[in-house]
Design a binder for this molecule. Structure first.
Ligand code: AHR
Length: 661
């Protein structure tokens, strides 16, 4: 289907281009001789935040929701259909949450009294169900204390909506004290909405906690691991960095629920569960069951960064809660612990194993440093309160770790009073990199391909840390990731790359969303419990990131950069390692456009590659059912001598790759 579509538009392009050959041709000049500026290896990265079930229920492969009974409603996610709470089955049994004083970080557990073991069961619903695949193995673990050793067996089964069993295992609880048990279930069918049923043999009382289930196959088959299919999509992007853990989640609605990295490291069961701020942020999208288990914590973020070859870019609270919510401020004289968190984080990432935090990293299985180079202070903060606090952080970090690059922020908008104030003040302090955010409509993105052309070359560098084109009048959800939004981002990104001397880091946001549990759209990757796919926006990011180059070259029409004249946008780069010329061309118009590109210098080899991302309908988008509707297509490209002729299909983003002579 896709090939038909491509070849049709190419055919159309060829016919039209020969018809309009002389009249319409745009002549471009690429200067192969001069590197204008270096492109940072970090140029294209990813922004990760636990929004839209991105961590718990998404990337983090745990399948049991509320495994530790620590949600505010301790039995949320669990049901007991035949329990004593149902009058018809009075006698069967009952699970009740209990609280112990032993471990304040994981205080709650579940006490189950079984009166009739033929009738009683407790069921976990997963995160909008559990995705299981036929013949795949699932590792179960739990803690149990079997009072008086009365319970002979715990039977754990996958069930579907009709209660059919799709795989099972049993555990013999052999101790009346708390003890860890593990077992494996092999799924006998594929089901996107399985649930986990637990029943018992024997009557009496048993305590249960940390009931956890992971697919055996996770990314790198790690325990407490990540969903392999989703990490693969990230890996394929070849991102220069991963920014984590957000976003607003860093700040918290109040300081109390800000993200505190120290609570997310060490043994998983000791990581204190917390309500996710996106749980209640939007009135029309309440997600009362959205909590952070922190099973995906800072160690795992660093490990993920390393696994996919990306620089870790952690962002920390600067002592200001989200200014859209409470805006709570930590008094200046109480800022120390926040600053210490930043210093300790650097030690955790890079410190010797003999240091306190370096030792913890080693104990968690990574004695080698993670080689952290960047740290972010604050997310979308604004005003003098931010500047005041940033100053303290910057001083302390630079004093102890002069080689760490600090990322600061210019607030939530790409312009306006707060933005200007933030930039002016940060510039005075010689800030190194400033984070800018823009969630705007596609027109804005096209118009802003010039945005960085006039930025001060001697000032701070830019982190385009959160951006996405939000198409107007489109139904909320995955339809927002339409081709119009992606195409306009590809046009805008020519301006990011052309200005690589100013723009050092960029990331689309948010990164991912569960199709049944999202708060924010558009998103780069969508998934359900079984599958994940890249949107058209994902492929735009991938084409930029995979074809980045090392040096910006000039590409001009009549001596001017292409920033939307005749709906054309362009950037050119050289990859000094691959000895390659990479030209990125965007045509946002509804007509084919023919280009003739003059290549100065030694020229290029005659055979190259052309990667075309195009689609005839701007409102079309990829889905789980049709994940490849909008997909780059690679073909051979031939040129002669020092002129390259390109016919750009309507609504297209094209990457041309030619070996340099
Ligand atoms: O990306 C979603 C949110 O948008 C982020 O959490 C926040 O930084 C921004 O407002």
């Amino acid at each position: 289907m896709k090939l038909n579509r491509i070849s049709k538009s190419t055919l159309y392009g060829l016919l039209l281009s020969s018809f309009l050959a002389t009249a319409q041709k745009t002549n471009l000049e690429v200067d192969l001789t001069k590197s204008i500026t270096k492109i940072q290896p970090t140029m294209y990265g990813v922004f990760f935040e636990d929004i839209n079930f991105a961590a718990d229920g998404g990337l983090y492969a745990e399948m049991v929701k509320n495994r530790s009974f620590e949600f505010n409603a301790p039995l949320m996610g669990w049901s007991q259909p035949n329990s004593s709470t149902h009058s018809m089955n009075k006698e069967s049994g009952l699970a009740l949450p209990m609280r112990t004083e032993g471990n304040p970080k994981n205080a709650d557990f579940c006490r189950v009294t079984i009166n009739n073991d033929k009738a009683y069961q407790i069921i976990n619903e997963g995160f909008r169900g559990m995705g299981i695949k036929k013949d795949a193995k699932y590792n179960l673990s739990l803690k149990a204390a079997n009072h008086d050793n009365a319970i002979k067996k715990i039977i754990i089964q996958f069930i579907d909506a009709n209660k059919n069993v799709l795989g099972e295992t049993t555990i013999v609880p052999s101790s009346s004290d708390w003890k860890d048990y593990s077992a494996q279930i092999i799924a006998t069918g594929t089901e996107a909405k399985a649930q986990l049923k637990i029943s018992f043999e024997g009557t009496g009382i048993i305590d249960l906690d940390m009931i956890s289930l992971f697919p055996q196959e996770t990314w790198k088959n790690r325990k407490n691991g990540l969903r392999k299919d989703i990490v693969q999509l990230l890996y394929d992007l070849k991102p220069g960095f991963i920014r984590f853990p957000g976003g607003c989640i860093v700040e918290g609605m109040t300081l109390d629920n800000r993200y505190q990295w120290k609570k997310t490291v060490g043994p998983v069961e000791d990581r204190e569960t917390m309500i996710n701020r996106w749980n209640v942020e939007f009135k029309n999208k309440q997600a009362p069951d959205y909590f952070q288990s922190f099973g995906l914590g800072f160690f795992e973020y660093f490990q993920l960064s390393e696994d996919i070859g990306a620089q870790p870019l952690p962002i920390l609270s600067c002592g200001i809660a989200c200014q859209y919510n409470s805006g709570e401020l930590v008094p200046m004289e109480e800022l120390d612990p926040y600053v210490q968190d930043a210093l300790d984080l650097i030690e955790f990432a890079n410190g010797a194993v003999t240091t306190k935090w370096g030792k913890l990293r080693a104990d968690m299985g990574h004695p080698n440093p993670f080689n952290l180079k960047f740290i972010g202070v604050g997310n979308e903060q604004w005003g003098p309160q931010y500047i005041e606090r940033y100053k303290v952080f910057a001083k302390a970090i630079k004093e102890k770790y002069p080689n760490i690059t600090i990322v600061s922020g210019a607030g939530p908008s790409p312009d306006g009073t707060f933005f200007d104030y933030g930039w002016d003040e940060l510039k005075k302090m010689n800030a190194e990199i400033i984070d800018e955010h823009y969630y705007k409509n596609p027109e804005w993105f096209k118009e802003n391909a010039k945005r960085y052309d006039n930025y001060d070359r001697k000032g701070p560098k830019v982190f385009a840390g959160e951006y996405a084109a939000h198409p107007k009048g489109v139904e909320d959800g995955l339809k927002e990731n339409n081709w119009l939004s992606a195409l306009s981002e590809s046009a805008f990104m020519t301006g990011l790359e052309r200005n690589a001397d100013v723009v050092y880091l960029t990331s689309y946001a948010p990164l991912m969303a569960h199709v049944e549990a999202y708060q924010w759209a558009p998103d780069m990757i969508w998934f359900d419990n079984l599958n994940a796919y890249g949107t058209a926006n994902y492929y735009v990011q991938k084409l930029y990131s995979n074809n980045k180059g090392t040096d910006v070259l000039s590409i001009t029409e009549d001596g001017k950069a292409l920033t939307g004249q005749n709906d054309l946008y362009a950037t050119a780069a050289k990859d000094a390692n691959q000895k390659e010329l990479i030209v990125k061309l965007v045509n946002t118009s509804a007509k084919v456009q023919d280009l003739s590109i003059n290549l100065s210098g030694n020229g290029v080899e005659s055979k190259g590659k052309m990667i075309v991302l195009t689609h005839e309908k701007l409102d079309d988008y990829n889905t789980l059912a049709e994940p490849t509707k909008i997909l780059p297509v690679e073909k051979e490209y031939k040129t002669a001598g020092k002129k390259a002729a390109v016919s750009l299909p309507a609504y297209s983003f094209v990457v041309l790759k030619l070996k340099l002579k």
